[in-house]
Ligand binder design. Structure first.
Ligand code: 2M8
Length: 458
């Protein structure tokens, strides 16, 4: 293995200081007045789960911006509770990103003009982000703590509405889990977890002539999803849009309806964070309800997405009832949940330590035929997913492995820069540079080694 990916050395203070300063600079450079963009070039609007990861880093260097970022995103929340996966910046030209506002053609809603957002969602990590920003407010003084309480109070009903949308309208399978209706909703766009379900979705190459890709002008085609997948992505949006982004009867009429273990692990984690927030806001019965809900979602993940033969979690195609055969990093994310069955925790840890993955974990099984060292979520290492896995290790008392992972991630970014993703064997940076969540999560990796309040003893 390349030395960038396997240091057992401690992280030296000079490395920490340099990385801290460079990470703060990336976040400054990507701030556009009322929100942070993931990247000035490739992603020039506000993305949903990027905002959550970014707020976790801004909590250390600029609390007002962390709250502002979350507020800007929730200003785009739909009346049904969904938080759109992109909130469009009206000052950014249509050509700067495809698919842009005109393509999504979302009608006006909740006082916002037409074409303000997309109609898809992303993993609901925002309750956890809000909790983390609040937790670090004390380091910024009494005023910051007071402001943090005001922000939590304002965000809480919005976060609850987001959970209710996902738990209710998106329970297309009727088994207590949220379904995604598009690979973009997972945040792991071209993961092999969707290959089987996507194979049933028509890929019309003509769609790419009518709606040309913009990403290939800005990054290497070998690092991005293929044209075939892209044609399916465009077709799926057009279908969802034709039904006015309604979620009624999804399993019968929409071509892609999938229960993702990563998305649902974040959904349950959000309930745990909401329980902590409700506690601070003096709402003990709501806190209890959130903890119950986290247990229910955890149990549903265990019931519906666990394969006892492979001893890991897989995505479920709601239309066919089949579990995907692929071993993907999203299958390891239920490790974040404290109430997961001990046998399932052991299964994930064994998978993580096996030749398929290792630390840091690649986005896909290293031994699989379709493992691709360069292509997006089909092999490269992503900092955000590893940050979530580290949290899972801490939740289950695996402090030594969590610390080892922390050091490796810090060293990887220090040597290569704040890239979007990294080569899983050589460690070089891939995708766009100066990427917000890489920078933000580095700040957290440098500053905080504590385990979540609900962590289990080792
Ligand atoms: C990537 O997804 C967008 C579509 O939403 C794209 O490829 O254009 C994913 O990495 C996603 O997880 C991320 O939120 C987004 C912005 O960083 O980029």
């Amino acid at each position: 293995m390349h030395p960038d990916l396997s240091p057992t050395l401690p992280v030296i203070p000079e490395v920490c200081a340099e990385l801290w300063a460079s990470a703060a600079r990336v976040l400054d450079a990507n701030w556009v007045g009322d929100h942070t963009v993931p990247s000035r070039t490739l992603y020039p609007h506000q993305w949903s789960w990027d905002t959550a990861f970014t707020a976790i880093g801004l909590a250390y260097v600029n609390q007002p911006r962390a709250w502002r970022d979350l507020r800007s995103l929730f200003a785009a929340q739909w009346p049904d509770g969904r938080v759109p996966h992109i909130a469009f910046d009206p000052d950014t030209p249509e050509e700067a990103y495809f698919p842009g506002p005109r393509f999504w053609n979302v009608p006006a809603y909740a006082g916002r003009p037409a074409r303000s957002s997309t109609g898809l969602v992303q993993p609901p990590l925002h309750a956890l982000a809000a909790w983390e920003v609040y937790r670090h407010a004390a380091a910024h003084g009494a005023d910051a703590v007071q402001q943090a309480r005001i922000e939590l109070d304002r965000l809480y009903p919005r976060l609850v509405a987001q959970q209710e949308y996902l738990g209710d309208r998106r329970d297309a399978g009727g088994g207590g889990l949220a379904s995604i209706v598009h690979p973009w909703e997972s945040g792991l766009d071209d993961s092999p977890a969707w290959d089987e379900a996507l194979a049933a979705v028509p890929a019309d190459p003509g769609l790419l002539d009518r709606h040309p890709r913009r990403d290939l002008a800005l990054s290497d085609a070998a690092h991005r999803p293929t044209d075939t997948d892209h044609a399916r992505y465009v077709g799926l949006v057009l279908d969802y849009q034709a039904g006015e982004y309604s979620d009624t009867g999804l399993a019968e009429r929409h071509a892609f309806v999938v229960e993702c273990p990563g998305f649902n692990a974040v959904l349950a984690t959000a309930e745990l964070a909401l329980a902590q927030i409700a506690g601070v806001l003096g709402r003990p019965s709501e806190a209890r309800r959130h903890r119950e809900r986290a247990r229910d979602v955890t149990a549903a993940i265990g019931r519906r997405l666990w394969n006892p033969e492979t001893r890991t979690f897989h995505a479920r195609d709601v239309r066919t009832g089949r579990l995907s055969p692929a071993h993907c990093v999203s299958g390891l994310l239920p490790l974040m949940l404290p109430d997961l069955e001990p046998d399932q925790v052991d299964g994930i840890l064994a998978e993580l330590r096996s030749e398929r993955f290792g630390l840091p974990a690649p986005s896909h099984d290293r031994t699989a035929r379709e493992f691709d060292t360069h292509r997006y979520s089909r092999g490269p290492v992503w900092i955000n997913v590893n940050w979530l896995l580290r949290r899972g290790l801490l939740v289950h008392g695996r402090r030594d492995e969590a610390e080892e992972l922390r050091r490796r991630l810090v060293r990887l970014v220090h040597r290569n820069g704040h890239f979007e993703y990294f080569h899983p064997e050589e460690g070089g940076g891939l995708g766009t540079s100066a990427f917000s969540w890489t920078a933000a999560l580095c700040l957290d990796l440098l500053a905080d080694r504590s385990a979540p309040a609900y962590a289990r003893a080792a």
